[in-house]
Design a protein around this ligand. Structure first.
Ligand SMILES: [Zn+2]
Length: 640
C-alpha cells in the first residue's frame, strides 16, 4: 500500500531522491513500504549503492537517499528506477496497451487494427537477442512483442534500423511526463495504459505497406507502358499540326459560336506547348475550355471533365482514348519531345494565358474563375449576338413571305440582305445588326409590299426593295387614283348642295323678315334702313345672308316693333269700344227726345259745341256724351 505522496520528494544537493528502490529480493519497492533509515535494506537500481529510507514527519513525502557519498547521476538513477519498475509491472500484471496499427503509404493511411490490450503469456526482461537487448520481450503463442521504455532517450536510429531489419514488432512507451511521479498506482496506470506509445515496427503494417508499394509500382509500370504505346500511336500524327475543324452542327461548332458570340474569338486558337494531346485544332479545345469556364464561372482543372461525352473532342483524339490518369504523361512528353503533354497541364497553361489577358483569375487550389465584369460583358455580348440571329431569322421569314406574295423573289436572300435598297439608309443586314428598332421600318415596308396584292393596300411610298411588285404597285396606284377622283367628285357635289342649301336658307330668312315687318308701322322703311345690328347695312341689302348672331339681333328688333304696334292697336280697340258705348247711349237719348224722322238729322248735324263735328262722331266718352245730350236737348226745345 502506498500513501498519497504525489508531491515530489525534496532534493538535497544533487542527490537522487528516489520513490522506489531495489529491495533485498531484487524487486522494486516503494519507500513507504520499508523500514525507516538504514534498516530499509534497499540499494540504488543504478549504482547499486546502499540507500537510506527517509520518512519525514507530516507534510513531506518519503524518499530514498544514498547512504554513501558515492557519485550517482540523479537523472540516470531515476531513469533506471522507472525502467525497472515498468518491466516489473508489465511482468507481474501481464498486460500492456498497444496503439492502433496503421499502414501508411504516401498520403493514404489505412488502419489495420484499432490496438487495445495485449495480454502476453510470458514476459522476459533484459534478455539479449542477437545485436540488441530490448527492455521487455512479451510473447503470446508465436507472437513476440518488444517493448521499449523511454524516459530521457528514445530508441536510437541504429537500434531502430536493426529492429526493422529483424522485423521485430516493437512498441515504445514514453514515460517522460511521469518521471517525477512518486505514486505507485499512477505510475502503473501510465506504464500499462495511459502513457503515449507508438509502433517502432509492426510486421502487419509493414507487410501491408510493402503490398501497397508493389501495387503502386505495378500501376506506375502500366502507366509507363500505356504512355509508351500512346506516344508511339500519336507520333505519326504529329508530323503535321492537328487540323481537325469543327463540323457544322457539332458541339465544337457550338462552343466556337458561343465564344465568338461572347466577343472572345481572339483568345482561342492560341499556340499552347504540348496541345497535341487534344488532337484537334487549338481553337476547338480552347473554345471548349473557355465555353465551360464562362458557363460555370469557375473551374477546378483537376476536375475538368476531359473524358466527358460533352468533351468528346478530347476523346475523339487518339491521345484521349486513354484516361490521363492511366498514362504517365511525363513519358509521353519525353517521347513526343514535348509536343504532347498532360491535357490538364495544357489546360492550365491556356488558363494562365487567359489570366494574362484579364479573362480569368487564378484562385489557388487549381481553380480559375471569370471576373464578374468579364462575365457580364460576355453574357451581354452573347445575348446581343443571339438577338441579331433572331432578327436575321425574322428578316429571312419576312423576305420569304413577301417574295411568295408578290410572285417569287428577284434575287436570293443572301444577295438581297447585303444590297443597299432604294429608300433605306443601310443594307438589311446592317439594319438587323443595329437593333430591332432600326429593323422594324424595313419590316413594315416589306409588309406593305406584300400587301400590294390586296385591293385595300396602302401604297408603298419608297422603293420596292428589289421585289418584283411593279405591276401590283401600278395597279394599286391606278386604283388609288380612281378612288381619289371619286372622292373629289363626291366632295364637290356636297359643296354645291351646301351652297344651294345656304342660298335657300338666306331667301327663307329674308322672306320671314319681310313678312314680320308687314305688321309693323313703317315696316317697309325698316327694310331699307341701315342698321347697326347689320354693320350699317339694311335688311334688303343683305339679301338674307346674315350670320346667326345678326339674324337673332334683327329678329329681336322686329319682335320689339311688333310688340309696340300690337299694344297700340289694343289701346285703340279699347277706346273705340268705349266710344261706341257712349254713342249707343246718345242714340237712345236722341230716340227718347225726337221722333224717328228727326233722329238721323240731329245725330249727323254739326254744332258749335261739337267743334263743327257731327254729333254722333263727336260723342266718344262721358264728357262729350254730356255735351252731346245738352246739344240734343237744346235742339229739341227749339224745334218742338
Ligand atoms: Zn545510485
Amino acid at each position: 500500500m502506498s500513501r498519497d505522496t504525489s508531491s515530489r520528494p525534496h532534493r538535497v544537493g544533487t542527490e537522487a531522491l528516489l520513490p522506489f528502490a531495489e529491495g533485498e529480493d531484487g524487486r522494486m519497492v516503494h519507500v513507504s513500504t520499508v523500514k525507516n533509515g538504514k534498516k530499509c535494506g534497499c540499494i540504488c537500481p543504478a549504482c547499486r549503492g546502499p540507500l537510506i529510507a527517509y520518512h519525514p514527519r507530516a507534510k513531506k513525502a518519503p524518499y530514498f537517499g544514498h547512504y554513501t557519498n558515492a557519485a550517482c547521476d540523479p537523472p540516470r538513477a531515476l531513469e533506471t528506477m522507472l525502467h525497472k519498475l515498468a518491466k516489473q509491472l508489465i511482468e507481474e500484471r501481464k498486460e500492456v496497451r498497444v496503439p492502433p496499427v496503421v499502414a501508411s503509404f504516401g498520403e493514404t493511411h489505412s488502419e489495420l487494427s484499432k490496438g487495445g490490450i495485449f495480454r502476453p503469456e510470458s514476459v522476459r526482461v533484459e534478455e539479449a537477442v542477437p545485436g540488441m537487448r530490448p527492455d521487455i520481450i512479451a510473447t503470446l503463442g508465436r507472437k513476440e512483442l518488444f517493448i521499449e521504455v523511454a524516459v530521457r532517450h528514445k530508441v536510437g536510429a541504429e537500434k531502430l534500423a536493426l529492429i526493422k531489419e529483424r522485423r521485430h514488432s516493437t512498441i515504445e512507451i514514453d514515460l517522460a511526463q511521469w518521471r517525477h511521479e512518486t505514486d505507485e498506482a499512477k505510475l502503473a496506470q501510465a506504464i500499462i495504459y495511459d502513457a503515449p506509445r507508438v509502433w517502432l515496427f509492426n510486421s502487419a503494417a509493414s507487410d501491408k505497406e510493402a503490398a501497397l508499394l508493389a501495387e503502386q509500382e505495378e500501376r506506375a509500370q502500366q502507366r509507363r507502358e500505356r504512355a509508351i504505346k500512346l506516344a508511339n500511336a500519336i507520333l505519326p500524327g504529329l508530323s503535321e499540326p492537328p487540323l481537325m475543324k469543327a463540323p457544322p452542327g457539332s458541339l465544337f461548332a457550338e462552343y466556337l459560336a458561343s465564344v465568338e458570340d461572347a466577343g472572345m474569338a481572339d483568345v482561342v486558337g492560341v499556340a499552347i506547348p504540348g496541345s497535341g494531346a487534344f488532337g484537334v485544332a487549338d481553337e476547338i479545345w480552347q473554345a471548349a475550355v473557355l465555353h465551360f469556364l464562362l458557363r460555370q464561372t469557375a473551374v477546378t482543372v483537376r476536375y475538368l471533365p476531359l473524358d466527358n461525352a460533352e468533351y468528346s473532342l478530347l476523346s475523339a483524339a487518339a491521345t484521349l482514348a486513354h484516361r490521363d490518369t492511366a498514362v504517365d504523361w511525363t513519358v509521353v512528353e519525353r517521347i513526343t519531345e514535348g509536343k504532347v503533354r498532360d491535357p490538364r497541364a495544357a489546360v492550365r497553361t491556356y488558363l494562365d494565358y487567359l489570366c494574362e489577358r484579364g479573362i480569368a483569375t487564378f484562385c489557388g487550389a487549381d481553380q480559375y474563375a471569370v471576373p464578374w465584369n468579364v462575365m457580364f460583358r460576355a453574357r451581354e455580348a452573347q445575348k446581343e449576338s443571339q438577338a441579331r440571329r433572331d432578327r436575321l431569322t425574322t428578316l429571312r421569314k419576312a423576305f420569304e413571305e413577301t417574295s411568295q406574295l408578290v410572285g417569287g423573289p428577284s434575287m436570293t436572300f443572301a444577295t438581297w440582305i447585303d444590297v443597299q435598297h432604294e429608300g433605306i439608309q443601310a443594307t438589311p443586314r446592317e439594319l438587323a445588326y443595329r437593333s430591332e428598332w432600326s429593323l422594324s421600318p424595313l419590316l413594315d415596308r416589306m409588309r406593305r409590299i406584300g400587301n400590294l396584292v390586296t385591293p385595300e393596300a396602302a401604297i408603298v411610298e419608297g422603293g420596292l426593295l428589289g421585289f418584283p411588285a411593279e405591276e401590283h404597285l401600278a395597279a394599286r396606284k391606278a386604283d388609288a387614283e380612281r378612288k381619289r377622283i371619286a372622292a373629289e367628285e363626291i366632295k364637290a357635289a356636297r359643296v354645291a348642295a351646301e351652297q344651294v342649301r345656304q342660298v335657300t336658307e338666306a331667301a327663307a330668312r329674308l322672306q320671314s323678315i319681310r313678312i314680320a315687318t308687314q305688321e309693323i308701322e313703317g315696316g317697309e322703311a325698316l327694310l331699307h334702313t341701315p342698321l347697326k345690328e347689320l354693320d350699317d347695312r339694311s335688311i334688303e341689302q343683305t339679301k338674307g345672308w346674315m350670320s346667326p348672331t345678326e339674324f337673332v339681333l334683327v329678329w329681336g328688333l322686329i319682335r320689339g316693333r311688333q310688340d309696340i304696334a300690337r299694344k297700340k292697336k289694343e289701346r285703340e280697340a279699347a277706346t273705340f269700344a268705349e266710344a261706341e258705348k257712349w254713342r249707343e247711349k246718345l242714340i237712345q237719348r236722341v230716340a227718347e227726345l225726337f221722333k224717328p224722322e228727326f233722329r238721323h238729322s240731329v245725330l249727323h248735324s254739326t254744332y258749335p259745341e261739337t267743334f263743327k263735328r257731327k254729333l254722333i262722331e263727336y260723342c266718344s266718352d262721358e264728357k262729350t256724351y254730356k255735351v252731346s245730350v245738352n246739344v240734343a236737348e237744346r235742339v229739341r226745345v227749339g224745334r218742338n
